[in-house]
Design a protein around this ligand. Structure first.
Ligand code: B12
Length: 219
């Protein structure tokens, strides 16, 4: 083991993602586990921060899609090691959540982190994956008896699909029984209000609180 502080280790994880370095991402994640550092913090303050920087490099046209894919591989190598060590929440929430990325959109890193936090906190989560048509969110929520639909969108061009989900729930008279929460890069509280969603969260940590609040309104 090295003598890195927690902050240095987080920085190392972020750099490993930016440098597309899966081996270092995995090694430092193992080190975080050995040192009993908070596993989600290592993901959130380390690996995800690296992805943010990669996003900036993409905007500056220094990185392109192939680089981003390799950054995502490095992030996932670390997440796989840290995942089993995320502290499980104590609350006993009996609410099923259907989660997915809206149609036309294949960005699923953020959605996967939200899912990870929700399931670690005791929620039963049904993951529909990415590029999910609005109709499938509604149909699966009904089939599964879910109380909450959580939708992710990373692109301005796909976020309108979230509106469709709310509209379909209204049409089917399900709006009171199924809550809708939205999130992802271009999504804001203002957008959530505009489409009539029940909640918005800017990150995975807050998404857990939001889900608990929405679940309480269903009880
Ligand atoms: C990584 C990445 C990719 C990877 C995705 C890999 C994967 N498996 O996800 C790859 C390389 C495949 C990719 C492809 C493309 N991408 Co891209 N990509 C990104 C990038 C750099 C980072 C996204 C990310 O993972 N962030 C890290 C995670 C942790 O953050 P997050 O997703 O925001 O999630 C957090 C919160 O938002 C929140 N959250 C997320 N979802 C939800 C849901 C709920 C319910 C809640 C409550 C909270 C919540 O919690 C999460 C964790 O804290 C962004 C830039 C950016 N700044 O976002 C561009 C970006 C999203 N991509 C963009 C583009 C244009 C594309 C492509 C079209 C490029 C191309 N020419 O092919 C394709 C699109 C393919 C498609 N149809 O989906 C644009 C979108 C522009 C727009 N229209 O809005 C962006 C903004 C880059 C840019 N500035 O131009 N991309």
């Amino acid at each position: 083991m090295t003598d890195m502080t927690k902050e240095e280790l987080h920085r190392g994880l972020a750099d490993a993602v930016v440098n597309m370095d899966e081996a270092t991402s995995a090694r430092l994640s193992e080190e975080a586990v050995e040192r009993r550092y908070d596993a989600f913090e290592a993901i959130d303050h380390g690996l995800a921060k690296g992805m943010e920087t990669a996003g900036r490099l993409f905007e500056e046209e220094e990185y392109f899609v192939p680089e981003l894919l390799m950054c995502a591989d490095a992030l996932n190598a670390g997440v796989d090691i840290l995942k089993p060590h995320i502290k499980r929440g104590k609350q006993d929430i009996r609410c099923k959540i259907v989660i997915g990325v809206i149609s036309g959109d294949t960005h699923d890193i953020g959605k996967n982190l939200v899912k990870l936090m929700l399931s670690s906190s005791g929620f039963e989560v049904v993951d529909l994956g990415r590029d999910v048509p609005p109709q499938s969110f509604v149909d699966r929520a009904v089939e599964e008896g879910a109380g909450i639909i959580m939708i992710s969108s990373l692109m301005t061009t796909t976020m309108e699909g979230m509106w469709e989900v709310v509209r379909m729930l209204e049409e089917r008279g399900l709006r009171d029984r199924i809550k809708v929460a939205v999130g992802g890069g271009p999504v804001s509280q203002g957008f959530a209000d505009k489409i009539g969603a029940d909640g918005y969260s800017p990150n995975a940590n807050h998404a857990v609180r939001l889900a608990a609040e929405l679940a309480a309104t269903l009880a």
